[in-house]
Ligand binder design. Sequence first.
Ligand code: HEM
Length: 408
Amino acid sequence: APDTTADGTTGEPPTLPTDRRTGCPFDPPGELTALSDRPLRRMRYADGHIGWLATGHAAARAVLSDPRFSSRYELLHLPVPMPGMEGMTAVPPAPTGDFLGLDAPEHTRYRRLLTGKFTVRRMRQLSERVEQFTHECLDAMEQAGPTVDLVEAFARPVPALMICELLGVPYADRDRFQEHVATLFDQAADAEARGAAFAAVGRFMGELVAAKRAEPTDDLLSDLTTSDLTEEELIGVGGVLLAAGLDTTANMLGLGTFALLSNPDQLDALRADPGLAGQTVEELLRYLSVADPIPRAALEDVEIEGRLVRAGETVTVSVQAANRDPLKFPDPDRFDIHRKATGHVSFGHGPHQCLGQQLARVEMTVAFPALFARFPTLRLAVPPQEVPLRDRANIYGVISLPVTWDKE
Ligand code: HEM
């Protein structure tokens, strides 16, 4: 019979370990790795709920692809306290347009509309623009150097310009837009500044949707104005694309550069053969697992890996643990750009699997080789242990990355 006990171990189930800064900055927290003897085990949540933690790759995929597990925020228990939500016992439902927090059929309606807009033609168009933005950012970086913060000079602006392009933000408004967005994702900004930036981005999105309705241009938001989405839904979708596409890609570029600089043999291999860029990106996605964790709520009793998850219980999928499962990826802690890292769950899995993954891959496949080709002597400007790392769950990365190079 499936077992519902706390693993047959004695004592309290553990809480989710989230602090990756204790050892190698690219590895999961040591306490998490220590728990990986069981693909699914009991875990204590922020509000005291005793739910589950999935650390195995097969368990992660089983949970994420099963419609009996819900994404609805109001059904979830928070794996760790969220900043600003301490003491809150219930999670509010998704605001209008935030389809990440919906299930079928409501989720499917948004998903169908949007999938049709991420066309091959649009992705090809965008990839040409990525090349251009990347080189513009590198030019500006060269001017500002030979010592810069790579996050500010490169990792943030490239994805921000891409989202502007996708949504059709006019050039004249891009600086204003980027400024608000930078504050929104700045971990050092206080709650008040972030609140103001959140409101400003909302207003901006409102104006943008109105402008696209009045005068459509060749972009995703304009295309969506002819769908049955309401004004409020459109504004929400714009916000979701921004929130989902920016901080994730920016942190992959920042932390990914740090990882490559820290593994010179791998970087040399990539430099020698730029054809390896695609699989390097895939391995970086697996190895770094920046978007983590992903919680789901059981709508009914479900058996997973021989354990019985009861209706109402939350299961937290640890993306980083699943991506380091030795049953799926041999010698998982080794960063190896020659391995085939496909099958990782860094973009999630199942009905909510990342809608922007092709775009993110294009951005990274262009950006990393271009950066290292432009600055062959690129290196850290501080000792590696002084690179400030994010400490919260959700999106991991570097807060800043001081780099330098030899001027010719
Ligand atoms: C969903 C990761 C880039 C748009 C997701 C999910 C993950 C993820 C893990 C699944 C969440 C869940 O199941 O609850 C990432 C990573 C990225 C990235 C690691 C960069 C390397 C992007 C970009 C865009 C984007 C560039 C848009 C342009 C979305 C959207 C969803 C999503 C709209 C929600 C899909 C749904 O709920 O159906 N992403 N993402 N992402 N992502 Fe990404």
